[in-house]
Design a binder for this molecule. Structure first.
Ligand code: ZN
Ligand code: ZN
Length: 248
């Protein structure tokens, strides 16, 4: 009985307004957000805009915006709105060729990921290797719209009512591969041919681990006499070297 007045006093001091009969109707959005998307989608303009090329299930820490551009099924948001993007200046076109429009203009497609297009906050600008005088061939860019939502998709719930997919469905799709990996344009004359793979000389073993101390580097060390060349061996036989015990 003595604690009740204190509790009421604390509630009053904290500014907490409540009545015994009124339930909380408008809770704040969930604090921890893992929102799953079912495929490619536009990125919310308030977050910078652009396009997300992940072609399959993947989570984000933000809800769709605008939410009407999406459909919903099994905990996944699916992009369903038409694709419309602004382009700044000339650029390669789907199916080959070059769009010569210099002023900002719109198209109903998004560029391939990793193809030389850069997002400039409200549109795309092309800075890749193709030019008006050297446009890409027809096969360089075959645009396809994002896959439509599944037939069972419905109007998405409000963020407060969102429930993520069941755990077995939360398998993130792989990250998109840069477009130029498989459709590499011919580089301009000034730039040498890019090396897609690191050079691996046949004489050297392409081991991922650091080189084993097969040869003692005693001859290369001129000043470092304090380091005993036996130190690299310590990795091979730790128990034989008492000085290594403190490390492990
Ligand atoms: Zn995404
Ligand atoms: Zn254009």
């Amino acid at each position: 009985m003595r604690r009740i007045p204190l509790t009421l006093l604390l509630l009053a001091v904290s500014g907490c307004v409540f009545t015994m009969t009124t339930p909380v109707v408008d809770p704040p959005p969930p604090a921890v957000v893992e929102v799953w998307y079912g495929g490619e989608h536009a990125l919310p303009t308030p977050l910078g805009g652009g396009w997300c090329w992940i072609d399959g299930p993947h989570p984000h820490e933000f809800f769709p915006d605008p939410i009407d551009a999406y459909a919903f099924a099994d905990g996944f948001y699916y992009w369903r709105a038409p694709v419309v993007f602004t382009y700044y200046g000339g650029h390669p076109m789907p199916g080959g060729g070059w769009c010569p429009i210099g002023a900002p203009h719109r198209h109903d497609y998004f560029p391939p990921y990793g193809s030389g297009f850069a997002w400039r906050g409200s549109g795309w600008a092309y800075g890749g290797a193709w030019t008006a005088s050297r446009p890409p061939p027809p096969g360089w860019w075959n645009w396809a719209p994002p896959r439509p939502p599944p037939p069972a998709a419905v109007r998405p719930p409000a963020p407060a009512q969102y429930r993520p997919p069941p755990p077995p469905l939360r398998k993130p799709a792989p990250q998109p591969r840069p477009h130029d990996d498989d459709g590499r344009p011919p580089t301009p004359t000034a730039t040498p041919r890019p090396l897609a793979q690191p050079t691996a000389p046949a004489a050297t073993k392409p081991t991922t681990r650091p080189a084993t101390p097969a040869a003692k580097p005693t001859e290369t060390r001129k000043d470092d006499k304090k380091n005993d060349p036996a130190t690299p061996k310590g990795r091979d036989k730790k128990e034989a070297d008492p000085s290594r015990k403190q490390v492990d």
